[in-house]
Write a protein that binds this ligand. Sequence first.
Ligand code: Z5A
Length: 213
Amino acid sequence: MKGKLVSVEGLDGAGKTLLVEGLAEKIRQRGIPVTVIREPGGSEVSERIRGVLLDPQNEAMASTTEALLYLAARAQLVAEVIQPALEAGKFLLCDRFTDSTLAYQGGGRGLDRDMLAALNLMAADGVVPDRTILLDIDPQLGRQRRLAGRGEVMEDRLESESMAFYQRVRESYLEIARQEPRRVYLVDAEKSPAAVLARAWEIVEGVLDSGKG
Ligand code: Z5A
């Protein structure tokens, strides 16, 4: 049987990393092996592309270059890790996936959404998440959490974008959720970590149960 993929999306500081760790632990407690990946990254080539994307020195990077690099990192991750894992019937949890490109490069940078959707299909080799958990948070709170969590103020290339940019990204995510209510589940990320995990676990359990014969 083919495996399953659940992606976790949202603004920086929404709590994706913490949530993915919590969900992975709960899935393993059920005796189900889970592969955890993050984007951009998750394979040697994709991690190198991540370094270029997030380097604050690459200020001159054009929006189209940025989009194509995210897509290139995704294409490599899908070919090397995601497709083989799905073929082997594994369960995958992905910290960001195709919706990040639509929200950040589409909503945030203003690139054409239809073109990005077509490129996403190519990069993801047609893989669409079984469910997407969208952690919704006010951008200001997300930024506060991120900086407090790290205990320092150095930001990467994208993190130094304006609040208006992050508002557009948030709106774009919410638009995706409105357009695809069967796949994308909105979760209030301003609640406590325990409340967020409990709600997200209900969503993941739905996917685990749907795989039972
Ligand atoms: N990007 C893109 O533009 N296009 C694409 O196609 C893709 C990505 C795939 C990746 O950065 C950047 O690439 C990202 C989007 C862009 N950039 N921006 N800007 P990254 O991988 O370095 O970072 P991130 O994905 O944005 O993650 P993050 O900043 O680490 O945030 P997070 O994973 O959502 O949050 P966290 O690390 O789990 O939590 C942050 C802190 O808040 C931490 O101290 C937690 O303990 C705390 N926390 C978490 N949840 C809660 C709750 N519920 N209450 C209170 N405190 C909490």
